[in-house]
Unconditional design. Structure first.
Length: 509
């Protein structure tokens, strides 16, 4: 039988259940479809395409070695698959399940409808701990852990190719007419790069993971930096988790033990968050807690949105983080959370306006992590502690010497160190702010007070808690039968009262 393997966010040959399954069934046609309509979406960008193209070049080399060259086609997925199926007598399609955005979800439904109508079965296999058609969260963690503990699927020794298929070019961003998207410090793509990162993290960099992850200054090196590779699947999350477990067994204790536990926990969060979007794709467009739809105006204040997106808010650490993200395609977790918190609380912008701005700047854009996180950091889930970050405090704690802020906001050069994170207090501010660098776009203290008041008032409304309980029932983490916990919250700084009234669920960080 001729089997089409549809590569999506799984650009590797090792631990690739779909490829191995296809190889066992017959001749293989490995396909990647470049979908121009996808690359025109507001949550995608040329930096993601550039990374993907590098991954495809690596994948092509790996598949060449196995004997079945990667076929690349540009166009609508249904049309491309239908054409290849007709021309090459495809008897089956095999791919991995994808937890993508609403666009890919709709595209998959169209492909499934075509497959049914054409009598070509489409088999979708899991490649991570996300469970399709999950009935409820009870017992989910045990299922996820079992998948992650199973041995990775070895790459097939060789592939029998479907003959006579022209491989086709990997198009450039220019050929796809993607908007210019300069990202001079973007991470390079390809499995080779992913493996180098995994090795250096587990051999050296990871020792400083726990201490270094919260700051963008230290996090750049101390974090694994695997996110774009996991998002495009040059490495499977299972490979990463098992490599970390082997490392922990080989050299237990010291800083490594805590670091590797924290890393494993984050890989579990990955599945936990992606499971939310898998269970409820509308998380991309609708507030999880329905009452929070009324919290902020749907039409965002255009000037505030532009200031935030361009790193021109007049709040130095916020601007530095945004410009760093723009230039690198990456930012550590805490600062991603701070950027969303600042936009959602201080600037009172709807997350549907800000979420795509960040998504298209992330080389590692992963819809299943991104949208639930954006909602969580915007207080629209109804089930998570509200986190309102103080950007001045964050700057002082995580860039105390100011080198990061000065590098990314060079206009601040004349501001003395003591005033770097709040230049409006500097005696030289008049004549400087509003000229060389903007005045703060809002009064931070007043904006935080107003946001808190609005959130408290909403949470105190009749029916809020009942609706929140329904969200928790569907999406919150549970203990599994072994008593292990897959958490969806960040580690707490101090224990919380068990039955804290909803109105107190607010942290100033
Ligand atoms: C608003 C917001 C949006 C985000 N959007 C994305 C996104 O589009 N893509 C993405 O990969 N991550 C996203 N994250 C999660 C996190 O910030 C990144 O995964 C992390 O910074 C990537 O760097 P790393 O690979 O060095 O992470 P590490 O700390 O080394 O973690 C290893 C892996 O675990 C996963 N992970 C880490 N933190 C989390 C988390 N809090 N929740 C779920 N999974 C996690 C990622 O796959 C990551 O690569 C977002 C976080 C926030 C607050």
């Amino acid at each position: 039988m001729n089997v089409l393997v549809w590569f999506k966010r799984d650009l590797r040959v090792a631990d690739h259940p779909a490829l191995t399954r296809a190889a066992a069934l017959g001749r293989v046609l490995p396909l990647y479809i470049v979908e121009p309509d996808y690359w025109r979406l507001p949550d995608t960008a040329a930096r993601q395409w550039a990374f993907t193209a590098e991954c495809l070049a690596d994948l092509r080399a790996d598949l060449d070695r196995l004997g079945a060259p990667l076929v690349v086609r540009t166009g609508d997925a249904v049309e491309v698959i239908a054409r290849l199926a007709r021309a090459h007598r495809i008897g089956r399609i095999v791919s991995h399940e994808e937890t993508g955005n609403l666009w890919t979800y709709a595209r998959d439904r169209r492909v499934a409808a075509w497959a049914r109508a054409s009598g070509v079965p489409w088999e979708e296999l899991p490649q991570a701990g996300v469970v399709r058609r999950l009935k409820g969260r009870d017992g989910w963690a045990a299922r996820r852990d079992a998948f992650m503990a199973a041995p990775p699927v070895p790459a097939p020794a060789a592939l029998d190719p479907v003959p006579g298929v022209e491989p086709g070019p990997i198009p450039t961003a220019r050929a796809l007419r993607l908007a210019d998207d300069r990202c001079p410090h973007r991470q390079p793509g390809g499995r080779g790069q992913g493996l180098l990162l995994l090795d250096s993290f587990l051999a050296q960099r990871g020792e400083g993971y726990r201490a270094g992850m919260a700051s963008p200054v230290t996090g750049e090196r101390a974090c694994s930096r695997l996110s774009p590779h996991l998002a495009l699947g040059t490495l499977s999350a299972r490979e990463a988790a098992q490599a970390a477990a082997a490392r922990a067994a080989a050299r237990p204790g010291g800083l490594w033990s805590g670091a590797l536990k924290s890393f494993a926990a984050r890989l579990a969060w990955r599945d936990h968050f992606m499971q939310k979007l898998e269970d409820e794709p509308a998380i991309e467009t609708r507030c999880l807690h329905p009452a929070t739809e009324a919290l902020r105006p749907r039409e965002p204040d255009a000037a505030r949105l532009a200031a935030w997106a361009q790193g021109e808010t007049g709040v130095p650490f916020v601007d530095a983080c945004m410009r760093y993200l723009d230039a690198t395609g990456w930012l550590n977790f805490r600062m991603r959370a701070m950027l969303v918190s600042f936009a959602s609380y201080h600037l009172w912008l709807d997350w549907r306006a800000t979420g795509p701005v960040l998504a298209r700047r992330f080389t590692d854009y992963e819809p299943g992590i991104h949208w639930p996180q954006v909602q969580m950091q915007s207080g629209t889930t109804g089930i998570n502690t509200i986190r309102l970050y103080n950007p001045v405090k964050q700057g002082m704690e995580h860039d105390p010497a100011g080198a990061f802020t000065r590098r990314w906001v060079p206009e601040l050069a004349p501001v003395p160190d003591a005033f770097l994170h709040q230049p409006w207090l500097w005696p030289g501010a008049p004549g400087f702010l509003g000229r060389a660098y903007p005045e703060p776009v809002v009064d931070l203290a007043a904006a935080a007070r107003a946001a808190k008041a609005a959130v408290f008032a909403l949470r105190a409304r009749a029916g809020f808690r009942e609706a929140a309980a329904a969200v928790a029932d569907r999406h919150a983490s549970r203990k599994d039968p072994q008593g292990r916990f897959v958490n969806d919250r960040m580690p707490r700084r101090r224990p919380r009262a068990r039955r804290a009234p909803a109105a107190q669920l607010m942290l100033d960080l």
